[in-house]
Design a protein around this ligand. Structure first.
Ligand code: ADP
Ligand code: MG
Length: 250
């Protein structure tokens, strides 16, 4: 079977600054739970935006389910990085989740009963149904992140892409939300960006390390040697005692 996401020799540069990505090749199999890690500025968010079709590669090619990212846009649910801006909107939890239906439903005439049914189903699944009428601005970081996951699920995606979904929430909320991702992974492919390699290693099936070029992709968890190469610093504590086992080669 073909991979659901194919990134083939992709390079990308913004109008200003050095190239953000150079000759990156990565494929994601249907049903995988991939962790994408790497230093700040390593190009993780850029790579996700290329897969979403929000940016177009300067060189190389991106395919999603065998088609262009634009053609496959409806297959992907996306939780962007720094979604905290959403807090300032005077909008309820339910209205936020319904926004996720926009790509999937007719554009005129408002939401249909079926849209509300899907919204309620995903709010139940993400355990935010009790918050349904609450303004976004009143939620905790963990609650807000769950609502944004619900919004991403509302388009009934085959692929869920999350860019640092737990950057601003405490460890307990982080664990709960990754437990949710694990359940969701039974029916969809998941790609999650994180800088906490030790933590995500418990959940993901594979880790890809991006530092402008892709350094490695290997079964989780990855070892200290790779973390050192990636971040350029010696690692004191090795997550989960996996030192040496993965014998890192690019
Ligand atoms: P990461 O998500 O891994 O932190 P990004 O993909 O956000 O990395 O950024 C990769 C590189 O591209 C960085 O050097 C960053 O400064 C640069 N960059 C990101 N967005 C823009 C933009 N809109 N315009 C110019 N440069 C950008
Ligand atoms: Mg980023």
């Amino acid at each position: 079977m073909k991979p659901i996401i194919e990134v083939i020799d992709v390079s990308f540069a913004y109008d200003i600054g050095p190239p953000a990505l150079e000759h990156v090749t990565l494929s994601v199999e249907d049903g995988e739970f991939l962790g994408l890690v790497g230093p700040n500025g390593g190009g993780k968010s850029t790579l996700l935006k290329l897969v979403l079709g929000l940016l177009r590669p300067g060189g190389g090619e991106v395919r999603v389910a065998g088609r262009t990212p634009q053609e496959s846009r409806k297959l992907i649910g996306y939780v962007p990085q720094y979604a905290r801006f959403a807090r300032d909107f005077p909008i309820s939890v339910e209205e936020t989740v319904l926004l996720g239906r926009l790509g999937a439903t007719r554009l005129l005439g408002g939401y249909r009963a079926a849209d509300r049914e899907v919204a309620h189903r995903v709010m139940k699944e993400t355990e935010v149904l009790d918050l349904v009428g609450r303004p976004l601005g009143t939620l905790s970081g963990g609650q807000l992140q769950r609502v944004l996951v619900a919004r991403a699920l509302a388009c009934e995606p085959r692929i869920l892409i999350l860019d640092e979904p737990t950057a601003n929430i405490d460890q307990r909320a982080e664990t709960e939300i990754f437990d949710l991702f694990q359940v969701l992974n039974r029916r969809m492919t998941i790609v999650v960006v994180s800088h906490d390699i030790g933590f995500i290693s418990r959940y993901v099936t594979r880790v890809a390390c991006l530092n402008r070029t892709l350094l490695c992709h290997r079964p989780a968890p990855i070892g200290a040697e790779m973390i050192e190469r990636l971040y350029g610093i010696p690692v004191q504590r090795i997550p989960h005692g996996e030192a040496g086992r993965t014998g890192a080669k690019p």
